[in-house]
Design a protein around this ligand. Structure first.
Ligand SMILES: *Cc1c(COP(=O)(O)O)cnc(C)c1O
Length: 357
């Protein structure tokens, strides 16, 4: 059998272990875990690993992913993580069990769509506590009440918030206390109990470790921590999770020793940027058959010690391999660890094989 490169090789076992550890730690704090699969476009084996590890729910940002996940019949609810486009609501009410919402108008549109489809739907009201991505501003949550009360087919399942998604705002115990109290307030305005108070994502795991999650928070939505074992917002590898759960494998198509600074007058590179070079003399450089059509090059870390990524264009990535032993040669396969952005690009490029081992 011929092997196809580039490919992303993913360890189901390591991801399963990460999911199980997150689920166990959170369970001890009375917190359920929504396993977030958007980083790998809802790939089957990863979704199954999260479900088998005890995630109470699966969340993804794309309807097409959720529609695929629905066919797996996992027996747990599916959550649409991205506040929905009005135009996709017919798909949303048909496939997702729950949807995050931030505007009263969206609630009414979902209700209307439910009457057309003769179904019901649950929403989680996202509250912006300062990260400045989606969410109704913390002082205005009551604006949701009228719309929620008027709907016949939409039930509010709870409240949630984001941290570290856009503004880099960190989850703090005081913020989560505020979220829980806003949830309680909404509950009494609505006159029925809310099931979920979702206190953020991977970045909130730190508070779980410290036993600092306030009472009332009973769910986290975790992607990055399970998939990569890291917490970018907190700038750390999570010490009790596996890192290097997946690697990019790419093939070497040229190896030459060349100067480390281009020769002659310089213009802009293929992406309109002025390139900068370090003069390190002549260096052995490998060109790999992978590029910006496949991956975010800045988000890769070479596995081989001594290797240094110099840059790349649409279809080529250039790596300084002068200090790599044994010497890199034509046809070799080199390995790289992706960060979240690189994983996202690798998972969505049609040119990259997704291989679960
Ligand atoms: C992506 C996403 C998450 C998961 O974030 P991680 O940092 O990957 O854990 C949680 N909630 C929402 C709304 C998201 O879009």
């Amino acid at each position: 059998m011929t092997t196809v490169y580039p490919k992303l090789v993913v360890s189901k076992e390591m991801i399963y272990q990460n999911a199980a550890r997150v689920v166990d730690r959170c369970a001890a704090a009375g917190i359920s875990v929504t396993g977030v699969t958007k980083g790998v476009s809802g790939r089957e084996m990863i979704v199954r690993a999260m479900a088998e590890a005890g995630c109470a729910e699966i969340g993804d940002s794309r309807m097409s992913d959720l529609e695929f996940i629905r066919t797996l019949d996992l027996g747990i609810p599916l959550l649409l993580l991205r506040i929905p486009m009005p135009s996709e609501l017919p798909r949303v009410v048909k496939t997702a069990d729950r949807t995050l919402v931030s505007m009263p108008e969206t609630v009414s549109l979902i209700d209307k769509e439910c009457s057309i489809a003769d179904c019901t739907h649950e929403v989680i009201v996202m509250i912006d506590l300062g990260d400045l991505r989606e969410g109704i501003w913390m002082e205005n949550v009551e604006e949701m009440v009228d719309h929620l009360k008027r709907t016949e087919r939409v039930r509010c399942a709870g409240v949630g918030s984001n941290f570290g998604c856009f503004g880099g705002a960190l989850p703090a115990p005081e913020k989560l206390e505020l979220l829980a109290s806003l949830g309680t307030k909404l509950e009494s305005s609505l006159g029925y109990p809310l099931e979920v108070c979702s206190g953020g994502s991977t970045s909130s795991l730190k508070l779980v470790e410290q036993g600092a999650v306030p009472k009332g928070i009973n769910n986290l939505r975790v992607g990055e921590g399970i998939l990569l074992g890291v917490d970018v917002t907190g700038d750390r590898a999570v010490p009790w999770l596996n890192q290097h759960t997946m690697r990019l494998e790419a093939e070497v198509i040229e190896v030459y020793r060349k100067p480390s600074v281009p020769v002659g007058p310089l213009g802009l590179n293929a992406f309109g940027k002025e390139p900068v070079f370090d003069d390190r003399g002549e260096r052995l450089r490998a060109i790999l058959a992978v590029g910006r059509q496949d991956v975010l090059i800045d988000g890769l870390e070479p596995e081989a010690s001594g290797a240094r990524i110099l840059g790349g264009s649409s279809d080529h990535m250039i790596v300084d391999v002068e200090d790599v032993h044994p010497r890199v040669k034509l046809g070799d396969v080199m390995h790289f660890f992706p960060d979240y952005g690189a994983m996202l690009a690798l998972s969505t490029s049609p040119f990259v094989l997704f291989d679960v081992v």
